[in-house]
Design a protein around this ligand. Structure first.
Ligand code: SF4
Ligand code: SF4
Length: 104
């Protein structure tokens, strides 16, 4: 939530990065950071339920969901999947399960 009293704009008024408050960020690729070890739960694709809609690919923040082709199932790159669960939450077919690492 942006804080108006500090002079920050309401989020609906943010038109570009110039309107954002100062924050820690990187201006280079995050690929050197292997975020996989951060994970407690891993995202597992259930192919029987998947309709290849690409929603998980669009919403993964790393991004570590890959499609080898337009008619292929998504694959998770576990070097980078940090287990945030956004893909599982957004998947319209409930085709992604978050599985505790030790239960694989
Ligand atoms: S969002 Fe779900 S249904 Fe769509 S491609 Fe990803 S796993 Fe498959
Ligand atoms: S759990 Fe998070 S990091 Fe892992 S594939 Fe899903 S959206 Fe990406």
């Amino acid at each position: 939530m942006l804080e108006k009293e500090k002079g920050y704009k309401d989020s609906k008024d943010v038109k570009g990065y110039q309107d954002l408050p100062p924050m820690t960020m990187t201006i280079e690729s995050s690929l050197p950071i292997h975020t996989g070890p951060w994970r407690t739960f891993r995202a597992v694709i259930i192919q029987d339920k998947c309709n290849k809609c690409f929603m998980c690919w669009r919403c993964c923040p790393e991004p570590c969901i890959e499609f080898k082709g337009l008619d292929e199932f998504p694959e998770v790159n576990y070097d980078y999947c940090k287990g945030c669960g956004i893909c599982a939450n957004e998947c319209p077919k409930k085709a992604i399960e978050m599985v505790l690492e030790e239960q694989e």
